[in-house]
Design a binder for this molecule. Sequence first.
Ligand SMILES: Cc1ncc(COP(=O)(O)O)c(C=O)c1O
Length: 359
Amino acid sequence: MDAYELRAQFPVLGRVAYLNAGTDGPLPARATRAASEELEREAQDGRALSHFERRFALADELRSAYAGLLGCKASDVALTTCTSEGIAQTISGLELGHGDEVVTSDEEHPGLLGALSAERQLRGVSVRAVPLLDVANAVGPRTRLVACSHVGWMSGLEAPKELAQLDVPVLLDGAQGVGAVEVDVGALGCDAYAGAAQKWLCGPDGAGMLYVTASLRERLAVSRRGYVNLADPDAGMDARVHGDARCLDAFSLSAETLACALAAVGVLAEAGWSAVHARARGLAALLAGRVQERGRELAPRGETTLVSFSSADAVEERVRLAREGIVIRNIPGRPWLRASVGAWNDENDLDRLLRALDN
Ligand SMILES: Cc1ncc(COP(=O)(O)O)c(C=O)c1O
């Protein structure tokens, strides 16, 4: 599947310059069909044992697909409902307390900040925020965890490579990573990596992934238990959680959500992951250069798929651009607009945005 054929998979791109995968990616028609087919099957056949077998089979397939993307074994991947859930499960499972410290960056999303504020407010954990590029150097004697973005959602900066050398556990928020840029959890040296279906994997809202190494899993208290994450759910109060990452699975992912997520990944895989990553990065770099030529200040960025730039009134400009059929977002608390550039975009999308910025 070439770039032109890939673009044709996404109905929204026929109408608008959609540059917003950092919020939610465009949905391919094949993925919405897959979801509808599951619902139709459920409507026609009812939802008895075979329906649950179907859900487990889809979950296995999706887990393997996500493991392939992360560069790990399927048994190290839990299926979650979103990035934030994986982050919260990991952080709360560490059971940190008074005297413990978590190092994070000063450009994190509420999906991570929420879990950290819970640690601070409920357990007295101290949280130290430093610039993303400095997180590895900020580790001190009381640091029990480094938790930060793989790719920062505000600027598009990448977490420093030095994180791989740390002895303390590292949790990466991969909401702007997986699907957008290559991920190899081994090379990143992280102990946990949380990601989402709905952003750069163009899937539905309500699905995500959490990679956790076996050694970190051993240290996590899994307080949330139910049918899906128990190895022997019929053992009543003696039931144990799964010995692999399924112990962190979300309780209920629907067949339509799983099928939709799987079909979306399938579309991108057909285009070829290295081509998808290279095209998105290339188009984002092109946009960054041209935005700068227009006198807009670029937020410091890595070689990622996010391009954030200055705006005199970011909210007003976002609304105006949306009226003109160009979908990007503003960054709360900063004078920036952010364009998310995917392999499904083309030069025409970029030109539409650039022309509109001139107005
Ligand atoms: C860096 C980052 N982390 C977490 C989230 C929350 O993602 P989710 O809705 O998958 O929990 C986002 C969403 O934009 C994000 O950009």
